[in-house]
Ligand binder design. Structure first.
Ligand code: CUA
Length: 338
C-alpha cells in the first residue's frame, strides 16, 4: 500500500475517492486562504494602528454599508458552493446503482462477516472485482459498528435491526484496509480486515475456487420451508393466507393504514421480525413474529430468497383480496436482481 503525494492521505482507489479528495482539498484550501489572510491582516493592522502616544484617542468610525455587504455576500457564496458541491457528491453516493453486485455484511463483536450472492462467505475479508459497482447491504448483530474503507473514502454506520446500503467501485487492484470506525466494545480496535480488489477474471476464479457453498437465496428457500412460511405464503411465494411474495421486491405495497411504501430489504426484515408493524392491505394480524428464531444472516438469506422470486402468474400483481385501495398496481418490477 503506497501513499499519495500527500504523506498522510490514504491511497485513492475508488471512483468516489478522487471526488471526495477534490472537495476536501477545496475546503482545506478555502480554510487555509482565509486563515492566512485574516492573520496577515491582524498583524498588519496591529502594527499600522498601534498606539503611538499614551494620550492618543482614536477617530470614531460610523461604519460602511458597502464593506458589510461585501463581507456578508462573499462568505455566503463560498458557503453555498461548499453546500452545493457536498450535496451533489452525497446524492451520487447515496443513490445505489441498480446493476450493482450485492454483498451482504454483518458486523458483530468483533468481526465482519461477509457473504456474496453466490454463497461464498468470508470473515474480515472482502474480495471484489475491479471496475464493478458493489452494493453492500449491512446490518449488525449487536452493537453499532461502522464499515470504513479509507482508500475508497467510504464510511457507513452499521446498525442493529436495520439495513444500511452503500456502494463503491474499485479502480485499482490491491489490498486495502478495512476498519470498524465506531467504538463497539473491548476489542473494537481489533475489528479490522482487508478488502482485496482483483481483476474480474481473477475474481471469477476466486469465486469458483470457493464454490460449493450454498447461495443465500437457496439457503433462504430452505428456511422458508423449514420455518413453515410456505403454509401461508405458498411454496413459490404465490400467496394465499399471507401476501404474495413473488415479484414483491422493489414494488409498491399497499398497507392497511392506507399508506404505501416500496418493498426494500428493511421493510421485508421488519415484516419478518415484527409482522404487525406494517400490515398489507386486506390481511389480518395473523403472522407470528420470528424475532429470536432467525439470525441476522438467516434474515438476509430469507430476503435474498424473496428477491429471487419472480412473478409466477402472467398477469401483473393485483391488490390483495378484500383490498379497499383503488390505486392501480405498479406495472412491472422496478428492480432486477441479477
Ligand atoms: Cu465494531 Cu468498532
Amino acid at each position: 500500500m503506497q501513499t499519495s503525494w500527500v504523506p498522510f492521505v490514504p491511497e485513492s482507489a475508488s471512483t468516489l475517492s478522487g471526488k471526495v479528495d477534490a472537495l476536501y482539498f477545496y475546503l482545506s484550501g478555502v480554510t487555509l486562504f482565509f486563515a492566512l489572510l485574516i492573520s496577515g491582516v491582524i498583524i498588519f493592522f496591529v502594527i499600522k494602528y498601534r498606539r503611538r502616544s499614551p494620550y492618543e484617542i482614536p477617530r470614531p468610525i460610523a461604519g460602511s454599508h458597502k464593506l458589510e455587504t461585501l463581507w456578508s455576500v462573499i462568505p455566503l457564496l463560498i458557503a453555498m458552493s461548499m453546500f452545493a458541491w457536498g450535496a451533489q457528491l452525497y446524492f451520487e453516493q447515496y443513490r445505489t446503482p441498480k446493476n450493482a453486485l450485492e454483498v451482504y455484511v454483518v458486523g458483530k463483536q468483533w468481526m465482519w462477516k461477509v457473504q456474496h450472492s453466490t454463497g461464498q462467505r468470508e470473515i474480515n475479508e472482502l474480495h471484489v472485482p475491479l471496475g464493478r459497482k458493489i452494493k453492500l447491504i449491512m446490518t449488525s448483530e449487536d452493537a453499532i459498528h461502522d464499515f470504513f474503507i479509507p482508500a475508497f473514502r467510504i464510511k457507513s454506520d452499521v446498525l442493529p435491526g436495520k439495513y444500511t446500503s452503500y456502494w463503491f467501485e474499485a479502480t485499482k487492484p490491491g489490498k486495502y484496509h478495512l476498519f470498524c470506525a465506531e467504538y463497539c466494545g473491548m476489542n473494537h480496535s481489533g475489528m479490522i480486515g482487508s478488502v482485496i480488489v482483483m481483476e474480474p477474471t481473477e475474481f471469477d476464479s476466486w469465486l469458483s475456487g470457493n464454490a460449493g457453498q450454498q447461495s443465500p437465496a437457496v439457503a433462504g428457500q430452505q428456511l422458508f420451508q423449514s420455518l413453515g412460511c410456505v403454509s401461508c405464503h405458498g411454496a413459490s411465494g404465490e400467496g394465499g393466507r399471507g401476501p404474495e411474495l413473488a415479484g414483491l421486491f422493489g414494488k409498491r405495497v399497499f398497507l392497511n393504514t392506507g399508506q404505501t411504501l416500496t418493498a426494500d430489504e428493511s421493510y421485508i426484515r421488519e415484516s419478518i421480525v415484527n409482522p404487525q408493524a406494517k400490515l398489507v392491505s386486506g390481511f389480518g394480524p395473523i403472522m407470528p413474529t420470528f424475532q429470536g428464531q432467525v439470525s441476522e444472516e438467516q434474515l438476509l438469506q430469507l430476503i435474498a430468497f424473496i428477491k429471487s422470486l419472480q412473478v409466477v402468474n402472467p398477469h401483473p400483481a393485483t391488490p390483495a383480496p378484500g383490498a379497499t385501495g383503488s390505486v392501480p398496481p405498479a406495472p412491472s418490477p422496478t428492480r432486477n436482481n441479477r
